[in-house]
Design a protein around this ligand. Structure first.
Ligand code: FMN
Length: 187
């Protein structure tokens, strides 16, 4: 059964991350990103797909550094507030009420409540007039000890099943909760 891209995308669940960056003045920026994937395993490189324009992209280009904060349920709502349009000089982390921690190997901060963090430096960029694919070299990857007990995670990363990125209330689901009904593509 052929499906439209709009319908099919529900079957490719994505992670929920917040990308933190800093501008050249050192002002932090944060934005939810779900088009994030490892380039092979075990994670020497990570790719993020960005629409244009984005403050996140401008900061990565000018400083060469970013952090992928992998989100679980804690602070999920606050993280989503970072998707609002703020002027570039506004610290979105403060506006959203997200506490931060210093990163270990890059300048941009970590989101304290994240389940885990991937610190990366810009390796290369593939650009077209509609998007940019950022490929980062992973320089540090760490799970948040707040959520590790007896070598098990007490909070899991959440997965986004999204009709639209902005339809957030109903968009968090486990893979087995994805609705089974599908509409075939009209010919
Ligand atoms: C759950 C979620 C996932 C998102 N994923 C992406 C993404 O992968 N790529 C992208 O360009 N924008 C994505 N967005 C939209 C950006 O977060 C949003 O446009 C944000 O305001 C960009 O901020 P910036 O200009 O500070 O970088 C997503 C939004 C939400 C709510």
């Amino acid at each position: 059964m052929e499906l439209s891209p709009e319908m099919f995308k529900r079957f490719l669940p994505l992670p929920v991350t917040v990308i933190t960056t800093m501008d050249v003045q050192g002002v932090p920026n944060a934005a939810p990103y779900s088009c994030v994937m490892p380039i092979l395993r075990p994670l020497p490189l990570i790719a993020i797909a960005s629409a244009l324009p984005r403050d996140t992209l401008r900061n990565i280009r000018s400083t060469g550094e970013f952090v992928v904060n992998v989100m679980g349920r804690p602070a999920f709502r606050e993280a989503m507030k970072c998707a609002r349009e703020y002027p570039p000089e506004v610290n979105e982390l403060e506006e959203a009420g997200l506490e931060t921690l210093p990163s270990k190997r890059v300048g941009p901060p970590r989101v304290r409540a994240a389940v885990g963090w991937i610190e990366a430096t810009l390796d290369r960029e593939v650009t077209d007039e509609r998007y940019a694919l950022i490929i980062g070299r992973v320089v540090c990857s760490e799970m948040n000890d707040l959520y590790v007990r007896n070598e098990k995670l007490t909070e899991l990363p959440i997965t986004l099943v999204m009709p639209h990125f902005r339809a957030l209330g109903e968009s968090v689901a486990r893979r087995d909760e994805i609705e089974a009904d599908i509409t075939p593509m009209q010919r």
